[in-house]
Design a protein around this ligand. Structure first.
Ligand code: HEC
Ligand code: HEC
Ligand code: HEC
Length: 432
């Protein structure tokens, strides 16, 4: 009897494995040389805009490297991943890929030769795009990106996670394979914003929390997540920002790199807006802003509440603490206040730190990152710089300033702050 059960279980496992390998297997798509290039200038231009908005070059170009030639290093919980060469080089890039092969990769994460690609390549989001938009990106790459010979480095992912075949199981469990769904209850503008955010701009790839195996938790879409040593804050009603993100706040942040009520776009958000979203026409950025304001529920915000929160924050920043006793206040006054001066009005580019998101997040990560490394010329507002204090202030100093700011902002102290500052100081630093 027992034997029969064992045989039965083994048999089922073998049949299951067989079915799975059938499912996991994808044919190679024949190479084409030369690839199709007879696209109209309009289509190529559309592809150029979309490629920018999808930050293809940010992920496919290492710092100082050749555009689109790959080997940009991504650090994940599962190991180091290198992006592919997607220039039209025939030997080492995608020069012999047909449009069908490109489209399959963009929609299902399968390479031309049939191997599964890792979800570090956000194909789950690109799958939301229309055929025309994917075709336009192909047209742009094949006609306008110079071919560069460069072999992709091997990913540093340990066995057995490096078995590509397993990705089929991951896709089965976690990948969102649904096409973009138009919400007929909403306006065309809302749907345009949703289409861009969910698809090409893949905001959720950073702002949606992931499960232990790296799958996006769709039930908590855009509710905030850790990424590259930063926190991509919640963009929904769960945002901890004291002043709700209205449509005009999103628009200002996404177009200038700063919202006076919330802070700057530094870290991984800087290239998203400066290199990515800046390619989109303002109508598209309005649409994205309106979509997120709707998700955050701020279209119906009571404006008087916003102005009283703002007034309270300004007043709090005016209060003069006793500099003889509060070390954080003393350090803040000497290191920060020259630029972040008190004012009765919000001055553009001079964030009022007591209401800024960095001070109000549940973790000190973004505030500490900004104090350590500042805000570069090409981050936040273009051309506006904040110096970093990595070499000037100790962990103790920085935690004293952060604790003082939290207190002024009416929030409880972050636990084990000084230890956290040390950890954030020593975490690997990524180029953004
Ligand atoms: C967040 C980073 C990221 C972004 C953004 C990104 N890619 Fe990639 N892409 C990768 C990584 C990493 C790989 C390799 C994955 C692997 O090794 O399995 C890859 C692989 C690919 C491949 C497969 C190449 C091959 O030889 O199999 C194509 C095609 C591709 N990307 C196109 C694009 C395009 C087009 C865009 C912009 C619309 C884009 N990618 C944006 C990270 C990214
Ligand atoms: C590569 C990862 C990444 C992607 C993609 C990304 N973000 Fe971000 N985002 C971040 C990080 C990290 C921050 C925090 C930046 C800081 O504090 O300086 C951030 C901050 C923000 C903020 C400010 C939130 C606050 O409360 O301060 C907004 C708004 C925002 N992102 C919107 C978007 C939108 C809209 C998209 C898609 C069009 C998007 N982001 C795509 C990583 C990302
Ligand atoms: C030399 C002027 C200067 C000094 C000194 C300075 N800042 Fe800033 N800070 C800025 C400017 C300008 C910005 C906006 C940068 C941008 O958006 O491009 C900024 C932005 C910020 C932000 C918002 C970042 C975000 O991602 O939302 C925080 C928080 C901040 N500063 C904290 C501090 C603290 C704390 C100190 C003292 C340790 C300090 N700053 C010292 C000029 C300064």
């Amino acid at each position: 009897m027992l034997k029969r059960i064992v045989y039965g279980v083994c048999g089922a496992a073998i049949v299951g494995l067989g079915l799975f390998s059938l499912y996991a297997w994808n044919p190679a798509i024949d190479p084409v040389i030369p690839a199709q290039t007879d696209y109209s200038p309009q289509v190529i231009e559309q592809g150029k805009t979309l490629a920018a908005a999808g930050y293809c070059s940010t992920c496919h170009t290492p710092p100082g490297g050749t555009a689109y030639a790959g080997n940009y290093e991504m650090h994940t919980d599962f190991g180091t991943i290198y992006s592919s060469n997607i220039t039209p080089d025939v030997e080492t890039g995608i020069g012999n890929w047909s449009e069908a092969a490109f489209s399959r990769a963009m929609r299902t994460g399968v390479s031309r030769d049939g191997h599964h690609l890792l979800p570090a390549f956000p194909y789950e989001h690109f799958n939301k795009m229309t055929d025309d938009d994917i075709s336009a990106i192909y047209a742009y790459i094949m006609t306008s990106v110079p071919a560069v010979s460069q072999v992709k480095k091997d990913n540093g992912i340990p066995f057995p996670l490096n078995i590509r075949w397993f990705q089929a199981g991951w896709k089965l469990l976690f990948a969102d394979t649904q096409p973009f769904e138009v919400n007929s209850q909403q306006s065309a503008k809302w749907n345009r914003g949703a289409y861009l955010a969910q698809g090409i701009a893949h905001c959720g790839a950073c702002h949606t929390p992931r499960n232990a195996l790296g799958g996006e938790k769709y039930a908590q879409m855009y509710q905030g997540a850790a990424i590259d040593g930063w926190i991509a804050p919640s963009l929904t009603s769960t945002s901890t920002s004291p002043i709700p993100w209205r449509s005009q706040d999103f628009y200002e942040y996404l177009t200038t790199g700063n919202s006076p009520y919330h802070g700057s776009a530094a870290g991984p958000m800087a290239p998203v807006m400066h290199k990515g979203l800046s390619a989109l026409p303002s109508s598209d950025l309005q649409a994205i802003s309106g979509y997120f304001a709707d998700l955050a529920g701020t279209n119906k915000t009571d404006q008087s509440q916003t102005s009283s929160t703002l007034q309270a924050a300004i007043t709090a920043q005016h209060q003069q603490p006793d500099l003889r006793i509060d070390e954080g206040a003393r350090l803040y006054a000497s290191a920060c206040q020259a630029c972040h001066y008190n004012s009765d009005q919000l001055v553009k580019g001079r964030p009022l730190i007591t209401i800024g998101s960095a001070t109000h997040l549940d973790a000190p990560t973004n505030l500490i990152n900004v104090i350590l490394d500042g805000v570069r010329n090409d981050q936040g507002i273009r051309g506006v710089v904040m110096p970093g204090f990595r070499d000037a202030l100790s962990d103790k100093d920085i935690s004293a300033i952060a604790a003082y700011l939290r207190q002024t902002a009416g929030e409880s102290t972050w636990p084990k702050l000084q230890q956290q500052v040390g950890e954030i100081r020593n975490q690997p630093r990524f180029e953004h």
